[in-house]
Design a protein around this ligand. Structure first.
Ligand SMILES: [Ca+2]
Length: 196
């Protein structure tokens, strides 16, 4: 049954991977995953000519775009809006390219703090240590830079998430509005205003 699911297209791949994670997870965490899958946010494939719009809060570690991507597939991203890396501090405001500052603990340390970034989540592995009684959650995921606009080749097959290149998000504010479409279509200037 599992091999049959792997041959299927679309979200079934993701669900099967989560089922794999459930198998090795502790019962308590497996229940959490069951709820997560059952919440009905299945990842779907982008269709040619049908862009998706995702609002990325500066206060959320990763926003689920609910899109399944394929390795090697090129997506076009265009982002607008402002976030604050420190609510109430006008000097901490930045757009999708981020602020001209880098810290060692950002998800992407060589890119600007607060920049729009992406992640392809391939699978989640949960393990339970009998000695320490601690549960450990490991993701197999690939994180990449997006910025304000550009084409990005997807590094793996999985579920797309968008986020902020910042590790201290609790004091953030604002959001980015991100348009995502399959690349290959011509990038028409003013896409935002003409279609949305
Ligand atoms: Ca912050």
């Amino acid at each position: 049954m599992r091999s049959a699911s792997f041959k299927a297209r679309g979200s079934s791949f993701f669900v099967v991977l989560f089922l794999d994670a459930i198998i090795i997870a502790s019962p308590a965490r497996a229940f959490c995953f069951g709820r997560q899958v059952a919440r009905g946010t299945e990842a779907t494939r982008l269709e040619e000519g049908k862009p998706a719009v995702v609002f990325v809060s500066g206060r959320v570690p990763w926003t689920d775009a609910e899109i399944e991507v394929l390795a090697g597939e090129e997506l076009f991203f265009s982002a607008e809006g402002k976030i604050s890396l420190q609510k109430g501090n006008p000097e901490a405001e930045c757009g999708p390219e981020g602020c001209d500052l880098q810290t060692a603990r950002q998800p992407l340390p060589d890119k600007n703090l607060g920049a729009l970034i992406g992640k392809v989540l391939v699978t989640v592995i949960e393990t339970f240590d009998d000695k320490t009684k601690e549960e450990k959650r490991d993701e197999v995921a690939f994180v990449f830079f997006i910025g304000q606009e550009g084409r990005v080749e997807m590094p793996a097959r999985g579920r797309l998430f968008l986020g902020i290149n910042d590790n201290v998000i609790g004091d953030n504010d604002g959001e980015f509005k991100v348009l995502i479409k399959l690349a290959g279509q011509k990038n028409v200037p003013g896409l935002w205003s003409t279609q949305y």
